[in-house]
Design a protein around this ligand. Sequence first.
Ligand code: PLP
Length: 480
Amino acid sequence: MAPTNTLEMGTIGLQEDARELTRHEEQQLFLDAAKRGSEYLKGVRDRSPFPAEEAIERLRVLDTDLPRNPEDPFAILRELDEFGSPGTVANSGGRYFGFVIGGALPAARAATVLAAAWDQNAGFRVLSPIGTFLEDISLGWLAKLLGLPATAAGALVTGATMANFTCLAAARHELLRNLGWDVEADGLFGAPEISVYVSEDSHTSVLKALALLGLGRARATRLATNGQSRIVVSQLPKIERPSIICVQAGDVNTGAFDDASELCAWAHDSASWVHVDGAFGLWAAASPRKSHLTAGFSEADSWACDGHKWLNVPYDSGFAFVRRAEALRPAMAAEGAYLELGQQREPSHYNPELSRRARGIEVWAAIRSLGRTGIAELIDRTCDHAALFAKRLKSAGFEILNEVVVNQVLVSFGSDAHTEAVAKALQREGTCWCGLTLWKGRRAMRISVSSWSTTTEDVEASVAAMIGVERIVREGSQRS
Ligand SMILES: Cc1ncc(COP(=O)(O)O)c(C=O)c1O
């Protein structure tokens, strides 16, 4: 049968006469992917951060009937690029300020491409000497950068949600073991009671982790927070029994840090466990200018952090650290004769997964490419950009709702309805992209500056767009 797809970089017809690619074609295909990726990156700074409606509409082309026969990989890649690339959110473009989204660092991104060729399973040492070795190195470097005890046990996971889950599983193990209960063996039915305290403004992922662990979202006691989302230490209740206390290093809205020293002292008096959700905020420890914000957090018992946020490692990349390996290991243990592999640390004995991507590769590359000084500079620069946003928007007459301590800015353009209308119009206008939030009962637009690629020009262009869009929305609503 005649080939159905003729391409510059390879010509094969696989519709009926399925055959494997030749070695040469396999290499050409990989080069084609790299070339397409590099073309994408060439244009990414000039693109609107969010795809156009038509581009999203055109994604339907990819929704074919379930393919009956093998298809030409070159054609698949071409179609993916033609329809998929315009349907992406331009994280790497420098003007995406939604959620807390980093843009992959060039070295980390390139390492991920090489890692795709390697196709390593970093579940166990025997499956990937390089993947597990780089994981060990990365965990050691991360503990130093984040100011955590060198003896803490770590795990590379998919993100802060799984890091929260992993740490809280270790907390659940340790507190119940101290009460004479083996939760991994016997489950939670009939277990001695432990309590959980969370910040009133805890991130939803902490609550999700509690739900997944059978500790219950609604059962947790909420600790009151102040106007910046920091736990009010003067209102801490008396702890009645060993408890898990979840605190924040970097609130997702305000960027605020809890008073870790006070909270750790309060919790440790009752043999309770302090868990830190530091998804992005813990990175402040890596900046001499900002590290005062993380004072006291090293006294906690476990820490969740992300690579794909402020370190700008490609998705998905999160880190769980637990002070005592003896609490993490049994909580994550996987049994099975064929998994008893030796005396060295096996990644899968310290995290929820068995088979897993070798996430240490890009973490290692990211840290190597920036070094301590480069990471501190990345943190400082993004914080400076956030401060510039706040300064310009305040001068333009808008209200900045939070103290801008790190990279998060909350802005109100007036009433809730007006703020919402402006944020949505800004998203359509396309210079930059910011999300909305409801914070302390008020609608606010969130600006999170988390990408290495954001420049001062990006900030100025985005501020100009915000001011212009606000005027148009205001004039429009005055006319109607
Ligand atoms: C404070 C905080 N915790 C947890 C998370 C969840 O992180 P992830 O999306 O990596 O699971 C986020 C995400 O923004 C966050 O800001």
